[in-house]
Design a protein around this ligand. Structure first.
Ligand SMILES: *[C@@H]1O[C@H](CO)[C@@H](O)[C@H](O)[C@H]1NC(C)=O
Ligand SMILES: *[C@@H]1O[C@H](CO)[C@@H](O)[C@H](O)[C@H]1NC(C)=O
Ligand SMILES: *[C@@H]1O[C@H](CO)[C@@H](O)[C@H](O)[C@H]1NC(C)=O
Ligand SMILES: *[C@@H]1O[C@H](CO)[C@@H](O)[C@H](O)[C@H]1NC(C)=O
Length: 454
């Protein structure tokens, strides 16, 4: 009994030590701050991350122990950059290293503010965005908290990641970020209202950098390797002050802002705790068989099937969709068709399949499912297989429809033979022949003499 008790105690203890987060890419977060004392300003946010099982390390941007990548290995799985004001981070931790970190699969939550320094500016530039001048704030004279026009109170998401809704407005105070390019992988999650602009305390005397809904407040970006990045122009959004602040917008009041709910959701998305897709298996074979063939022959009937799973808050669920497409490609797609979701039989995954006829074209084909949707991780599943022409004994030799052609061919053949026989064995009457020759000679002579006479 005693040993059993000890055993359960040990198990409980180890599970406590190895408390794991729901993130699929790891627990280690590095939080970089301008000053290490700022840590207390974000205590609610950091505590919520710790409660979700993350292992947080804190560093100031000017700490000489600041390290992100060592011996080509990332030391952390996720990065929270709340140090916009520091111009140069210690140990060459800068845009180059942070991009390398992302290339290795690291996720980044990046916040700028109205005093953004050069490191954060350069990093934003890497993501195709620019931040407004120092001391410039986003101002909205209509949609703001109580009477402060520089604290926006937003109650609508621009492009929600899932069917999320705000229970209370989000308070935002910070700088305006402008996205220049048309990066298809980048989407605004929260934008300013139509009357917003970005300016400092002075009178507005020229065009602001950006206005209205072009001011991106929170932006999402998913890299091709499925690393996720959140960019925002407000560090204040994450502070305890804003999380706990009441909101007064027009005549409506809310006891608490929606900030905690919002930053919890965006950090869950960023740190791969939700909306992660995975291919469990994919297969294809001829209809009626089960094994992948070595090659297909043109016009074979085939069956394609892919099994997908979606991860949300620690559980794998069947993924539901009506827009997954299969492509059969040889340089260009020959077939692009939508897969049909089959009834769910497995609690953790769902199957999408289709039966189709192989194109009437031989060559080396790629069967590809390339599924890229906003908010979800990207899926690329490929298989290369040859399509052969029909073998000589695989199609019928004599067809009814071909009878006129057969007739034509054989009649030509017959005609040729008959004419050859005629030509070879036909004998003219030789005497008659010489007669006609001599008679024509005579006629000529007569004609010639008549001419002379004349
Ligand atoms: C943190 O809070 C203190 C006290 O409220 C304040 O003086 C300081 O400016 C805050 N720091 C940041 C980065 O917001
Ligand atoms: C946050 O996530 C929860 C659960 O998915 C959802 O009900 C809520 O609407 C989300 N809130 C925001 C602000 O995204
Ligand atoms: C928002 O307005 C309320 C009500 O006036 C006020 O108590 C609160 O401090 C304001 N919050 C911020 C962040 O300015
Ligand atoms: C997909 O639909 C099934 C059945 O309706 C449901 O159980 C499952 O949770 C859904 N998956 C997701 C990711 O919502």
């Amino acid at each position: 009994m005693k040993t059993l008790f000890l055993f359960t105690l040990i198990i409980q203890f180890t599970s406590f030590i190895f408390a794991k987060s729901n993130s699929l890419s790891g627990n280690r977060i590095l939080v970089v701050l301008d000053n290490i004392e700022d840590k207390s300003n974000y205590s609610i946010f950091f505590k919520s991350l710790e409660d979700r099982g993350f292992d947080l390390s804190y560093s100031s941007a000017s700490d000489d122990k600041l390290e992100l990548i060592k011996f080509e290995e990332s030391l952390y799985d996720h990065l929270v950059l709340l140090a916009p004001e520091t111009n140069y981070y210690e140990n060459d931790v800068g845009p180059k290293q942070i991009i390398e970190f992302i290339d290795k699969g690291g996720n980044v939550l990046l916040a700028a503010n109205e005093n953004t320094g050069s490191t954060t500016q350069d990093l934003l530039y890497e993501f195709g965005s620019v931040v407004d001048e120092a001391k410039f704030n986003v101002i909205d004279n209509f949609v703001h908290n109580s009477t402060t026009s520089s604290v926006l109170a937003l109650d609508k998401l621009e492009i929600p990641i899932s069917s999320d809704e705000l229970e209370a407005p989000i308070l935002y105070s910070g700088t305006a970020i402008k996205f220049k390019g048309k990066n298809p992988y980048s989407k605004p999650l929260l934008v300013a209202g139509p009357a917003a602009y970005s300016w400092d305390n002075s009178a507005v005397n020229k065009d602001p950098l950006v206005t209205g809904s072009n001011i991106v407040l929170v932006n999402t970006l998913q890299a091709v390797n499925n690393a996720r990045i959140i960019i925002t122009g407000s560090t204040k959004m994450f502070t305890d002050e804003f999380i706990e602040s009441p909101v007064k917008i027009n005549d409506k009041t809310y006891e608490k802002s929606g900030n905690l709910d919002f930053i919890t959701n965006i950090s869950k998305w960023t740190f791969q705790e939700k909306k992660v897709l995975k291919v469990i298996s994919s297969k294809h074979h001829k209809v009626g068989e089960t094994e992948r063939p070595e090659y297909y022959t043109i016009k074979n009937n085939m069956h394609y099937e892919i099994e997908l799973s979606e991860y949300n808050d620690g559980i794998w669920q069947p993924f539901n969709a009506t827009d997954i497409q299969l492509e059969l490609i040889m340089l260009d797609p020959y077939i692009r068709t939508t897969l049909k979701q089959q009834p769910i039989t497995n609690p953790t995954s769902s199957t999408f399949s289709i039966d189709l006829i192989i194109p009437d074209h031989c060559g080396v084909f790629t069967f590809k499912v390339d599924y890229r949707r906003y908010g979800l991780s990207w899926i690329l599943e490929k298989d290369v297989i040859a399509i052969h022409p029909l073998h000589y004994n695989e199609f019928p030799r004599f067809l009814g429809e071909g009878l006129p052609y057969y007739f034509g061919a054989f009649s030509m053949l017959g005609g040729f033979i008959i004419i050859s026989i005629l030509a070879l064995y036909h004998e003219d009457d030789t005497k008659k022949n010489t007669d006609t020759v001599t008679s024509s000679k005579k006629e000529k002579e007569v004609a010639a003499t008549e001419k002379k006479k004349n």
